[in-house]
Design a protein around this ligand. Structure first.
Ligand code: AHR
Length: 504
């Protein structure tokens, strides 16, 4: 079977915003406690942060990490996480039926972000709280010394403002599960008034308003329209979330799900444009896809805690999906979609980063290792920066639940003009047949293949564990070559590949 692809230097989609390779860490399960923070761990630094985890995070070159939630943020009092540790209260977390020692708050998280070379994207509680606490938090984080909140921050050890630029106005406010869930009108009005107050403090902040929790929500996409009617002039991004699952154990349907993602993004893009037209506005609002990942492997084992049958445990194992090889292909397809939608998706956060539905796993007092999905995220974050190419793809397809004629190849192309490279990320969805992919390179001089990474496995269910950390890992490919100005490469059935080409 053949896949004919054409890439032209001038046929581009958009400059990819580096922030699409961002991530998310919530006070949930072991994401923070025994994830990034474990003072008794042999690798812990002077702040109690695990150096082994920090090393794996740093390698990913993550632009922003969204924090501290998630559902958690909708009943979070940010004040609990500042000041002397011994005076911080233990609180019950209503979102996940656990308790939180508050040993980590915004100061500790900021220090950790510095050690892993990332920046904070902070979420505000607009569930159980409102405008006043939001403005206090923003003033505490960014305000000058000499003001009440700036002085309190200084007293707590930090005179210099944190200077956080990106703020989320609540989390999943369309979800009935959310503490303080609201209708679109209720939320839209609160978000707009909060945004106005934050802008009165600093008009250059970038603000993200909540869109839908997923495209199966009954309120979608009217939610987006109503919320944007309220907030269009005061926000910069609308957030979307989506999680992927293969509960039916149907690989063909599972690997077609990014077509649903594609439609979701296009629909919200249209909704943004509708509201823009209604308002006769010149400004643009973009999409912050600030939660995405595969999430289903751990659902059954989490029920006891989530149903409240385990009391209020601190940092229990929750949402600890163990990813398999099949999920590598899914994550590769999702990232390809964000690259192809780079005209409108300006921020995206893999949810989450450590232990909780995460590419990095840890054992308390033990090892930290890369889950299978670490690799497609790593390759996209490191090599997927530049301009997204509008590829013409000609390849046979198959009919799936979410779409007909889903091409067997899912491919994206990124031109890094400064580095003089074009990088292709390709997934072969075919379960039994290899694909001969030929990418005709037009407008690119003297191409030569400089890197080729392949992920295949004989078992879709194969996973990495503490004891077998490299069971699913990329291998250097050997077969990619340039012939007649085209990249020629064989994609084995059910494989992920990255091919980097030096160009003039
Ligand atoms: O990432 C896990 C949870 O998924 C988040 O807390 C919430 O926003 C979403 O429903």
């Amino acid at each position: 079977m053949k896949a004919a692809v054409t890439a032209h230097r001038d046929y581009t989609i958009a400059k990819i915003d580096d922030r699409v390779y961002s991530a998310f860490l919530e006070h949930l399960g072991r994401a923070i406690y025994t994830g990034i923070y474990e003072p008794d761990h042999p690798s812990a630094d002077k702040n109690g942060m695990r150096a082994d985890v920090a090393d794996l995070v740093r390698d990913l070159n993550i632009p922003y990490v969204r924090y501290p939630g998630g559902n958690f943020v909708s009943a979070y009092n940010w004040e609990d996480g500042v000041g002397p540790r011994e005076e911080r209260p233990v609180r019950l977390d209503l979102a996940w039926h656990t308790s939180d020692s508050n040993a980590v708050g915004v100061h500790e998280f900021s220090d950790w972000c510095d050690t892993v070379n990332t920046k904070m994207m902070l979420a505000i509680n607009l569930g159980s709280r409102g405008l006043d606490e939001a403005r206090n938090f923003v003033e505490y984080v960014n305000g000058p010394v000499g003001s009440y909140w700036g002085d309190l921050r200084k007293k707590n050890g930090r005179a210099e403002p944190f200077d956080v630029r990106l703020w989320c106005l609540g989390n999943e406010m369309d979800g009935p599960w959310q503490v303080g869930h609201k209708t679109a009108d209720e939320y839209g009005r609160l978000a707009n008034e909060t945004a106005k107050a934050l802008r009165a403090f600093d008009k250059s902040l970038e603000l993200v308003v909540c869109g839908s929790s997923n495209s199966d929500m009954k309120t979608y996409p009217e939610w987006e329209r109503i919320v944007l009617e309220h907030t269009y002039d005061s926000v910069d991004h609308i957030s979307l979330h989506m999680y992927f699952a293969n509960r039916a154990k149907n690989t063909a349907n599972y690997l077609a799900l990014n077509h649903k993602l594609d439609t979701y993004i296009s629909t919200v893009e249209s909704t943004i444009n509708l509201v823009k037209a209604n308002k006769r506005s010149k400004r643009d609002v973009f999409i912050s896809f600030d939660e995405w990942n595969v999430w289903y492997h751990s659902n059954a084992q989490d029920r006891a805690i989530l149903d409240g049958n385990a009391g209020w445990p601190h940092a229990p194992r929750l949402l600890e999906d163990i990813y398999n090889f099949e999920d590598v292909l899914q994550v590769g397809c999702i990232l390809n979609t964000f690259i192809r939608k780079s005209n409108v998706v300006k921020i995206a956060c893999i949810a989450q980063l450590v232990n909780v539905i995460a590419p990095i796993m840890t054992d308390p007092a033990g090892a930290a290792w890369r889950q299978t999905i670490y690799y497609p995220y790593y390759f996209a974050s490191i090599y997927g920066r530049g301009t997204a190419l509008q590829l013409a793809v000609n390849c046979p397809g198959y009919d799936a639940d979410v779409a007909d004629n889903v091409p067997f190849v899912d491919v994206s192309g990124v031109h890094d003009a400064e580095g003089g490279t074009v990088t292709f990320f390709a997934v072969n969805r075919h379960q039994t047949e290899a694909l001969d992919m030929e990418v005709s390179l037009q407008g690119f001089a003297a191409p030569s293949v400089i890197d080729h990474q392949v992920m295949t496995h004989s078992m879709l269910e194969a996973v990495n564990t503490a004891a077998d950390q490299n069971n699913v890992a990329p291998k250097k490919g050997t077969g990619a070559k340039i012939e007649d100005g085209a990249v020629k490469v064989k994609l084995p059935p059910l494989s992920y590949q990255m091919i980097r080409v030096k160009v003039g």
